[in-house]
Design a protein around this ligand. Structure first.
Ligand code: URA
Length: 211
């Protein structure tokens, strides 16, 4: 498992505004979107491309284009939806599948309540979107779900990670699986309620309101 914590002044700036409890949800949504686009630039470094022959107005040349099958982007409902536009802005030809997962706030266990994904993901590169890697339970379940269907490599794009969640993922996910975690910050710890500290609170609520 590779973990990339992106060190960039714009990432740090936008993340600080997101963390601020006084930031209104309209600004939060906008900044989360911009932040994901910055993270997506790094997350797509290993996206599969191949040579293509093209003609410029001046000459023939060999260029580079995304190959088939196109990547699959998988936002985890609900908070991952707030990251979808930020990623597909850079990968507009990717397909989008959905996984609905919810954690029980008392036991912190995760259940899958919805999915809209191809049964066969053989050889697909998948980009999973979930803003908070806290206990790691949701992303462990998502990575298992995708790799059981044949996904060849999985990149999880998160805004924040807790060290405990990263350790849980490292222990739970088959080391043969090509797994990358991209994040704006590895924070200090999880608190007793399973929130990331210092964190930014409940990402779904901050994006979409308390419903
Ligand atoms: N999910 C959130 O939205 N926030 C946290 O801090 C942890 C999990």
């Amino acid at each position: 498992m590779r973990v990339l914590e992106i060190d960039h002044p714009l990432v740090a700036h936008k993340l600080t505004v997101l963390r601020d409890a006084t930031t209104h949800s309209s600004v939060f949504r906008q900044l989360a979107d911009e932040l994901v686009t910055l993270l997506a630039y790094e997350a797509t470094r290993q996206v599969r491309v191949g040579d293509v022959e093209i003609s410029t107005p001046v000459t023939e040349m060999t260029g580079t284009k995304l190959t088939n099958p196109k990547p699959m982007v998988v936002p985890i409902l609900r908070a991952g939806l707030g990251m979808l536009d930020g990623l597909t802005r850079l990968l507009p030809t990717a397909e989008v599948g959905f996984l609905g997962m919810v954690r029980n706030e008392e036991t912190l266990e995760v259940t899958t309540y919805a999915n809209r994904l191809p049964e066969d993901l053989t050889g697909r590169q998948c980009f999973v979107l979930d803003p908070m890697l806290a206990t790691g339970h949701t992303l462990i379940a998502a990575v298992e779900y995708l790799t059981e269907r044949g996904a060849s490599d999985v990149t999880c794009v998160t805004l924040l990670c807790a060290p405990e969640g990263l350790a849980a993922m490292e222990a739970a996910v088959d080391p043969e699986i090509d797994l990358t975690i991209v994040t704006a910050s590895i924070d200090e710890k999880l608190n007793e309620k399973g929130y990331i500290v210092p964190g930014l609170g409940d990402a779904g609520d901050r994006l979409f309101g308390v419903v």
